[in-house]
Write a protein that binds this ligand. Structure first.
Ligand code: HMG
Ligand code: MG
Length: 297
């Protein structure tokens, strides 16, 4: 089995979208500059959602135009609707990510639309993106539980993932938005989706609310997934998911992957340095245990 895992670094977007303390545009640009030197191949740069809903990322256009895009690195951005797509296209974005959920209530809270309504919103984006040569990734949130509905049916995760794939999303990221999943459940969910879609088109996205993210990732790696989303310094959370803590820390994921003999192409000490730099800018300690341990050695 292939031993290369692609890390999708979501810190500049998922990490910074939920910060109470405003982060300067210049710091966001500096974060992406530093991340671009670590060997990462995908860095989710920002989000063109409504600034009323997520004021933290209201400077999306300034951030995107301020970064130096390194050849060979993809810098996707989140878009919720055609208006977001227009804004992204206007600054030369080459990859976008659309997002919906496996829970109807969560999706309404997060995007003011039901699941099927959001899929209908994406259809024209996918069509335009094809003509524009823009790649589209798709997210399914709340795949292992919902802050409002509780249990989420695996059949619904499969249905929504398949719909995104059929529309033309090249990769579907399965998100445990509130970090409630545990390894066997995570693996079973992935297996169910992979029974209908190619494993190569799937990614996993764990928040670490209950400390299960690394165990969940390991279980999903055993099932065959080779794309993992994570955020440097363990930053993040969804403003519309009560109680959701940060993403699993990229440093911790990379440490685990290298430890089990997998390759990422990432310079771990450099990534950990960036994680500590970000934490300092946010006025706290790094949320990565690996980041702390490396600083102490
Ligand atoms: P709405 O209020 O229903 O939108 O929000 P609307 O179409 O009725 O428009 C209302 C106003 O917003 C209008 O302005 C629009 O122009 C403006 P007004 O005329 O009142 O001045 N507007 C926009 N402005 C800029 N960019 C846009 C845009 N769209 C509308 N793209 C909407 C619907 C989807 C826009 C809103 O609910 C929204 O932005 N939601 C995003 C919430 C969000 O970002 N959540 C976090 C990301 S998802 C996540 O974190 C999960 C993930 O990490 C995976 C996981 O962990 O599971 C991906
Ligand atoms: Mg997330």
């Amino acid at each position: 089995m292939d031993d290369f895992v692609r890390i999708v670094e979501v810190g500049p977007r998922d990490g910074l979208q939920n910060e109470a303390r405003p982060v300067d545009t210049a710091d966001k640009i500096e974060l992406i500059r530093q991340l671009s030197l670590t060997g990462l191949r995908t860095i989710e740069a920002t989000s063109f959602v409504s600034p009323r809903w997520v004021p933290q990322l209201a400077d999306a256009a300034e951030v995107y135009t301020g970064i130096t895009r390194v050849p060979g690195i993809a810098y996707p951005v989140l878009v919720p609707n055609e208006q977001g797509y227009d804004r992204a296209l206007a600054v030369g974005v080459q990859e976008v990510a659309v997002f919906t959920a496996a829970s109807e209530t969560f999706n309404r809270t997060n995007t003011n639309a039901g699941i099927d309504e959001s899929l209908a919103r994406f259809a024209p984006i996918l069509e335009r993106a094809k003509a524009d040569g823009v790649k589209v990734r798709g997210y399914v949130s709340t795949v292992l539980g919902c802050p409002y509905q509780g249990e989420v049916a695996v059949s619904e995760v499969v249905r929504v993932a398949r719909a995104l794939h059929e529309m033309g999303c090249y990769e579907i990221s399965l998100g445990d938005t509130i970090g409630v999943g545990t390894p066997r459940k995570a693996r079973a969910m992935l297996k169910a989706v992979a029974s209908e879609l190619p494993m190569a088109a799937l990614a996993v996205h764990f928040h670490d609310t209950y400390g299960q993210a690394l165990a969940n990732i390991d279980a999903c790696l055993e099932e065959g997934v080779r794309v993992v989303d994570s955020a440097v310094s363990g930053a993040g959370g969804c403003p519309y998911a009560k109680g959701a803590s940060g993403n699993v820390a990229s440093e911790d994921v990379v440490y685990m992957l290298h430890g089990i003999g997998m390759r990422t192409g990432i310079d771990l000490p450099a990534l950990a340095t960036t994680g500590r730099w970000l934490a300092a800018r946010l006025g706290r300690e790094t949320g990565s245990k690996t980041g702390k341990a490396l600083a102490a050695t």
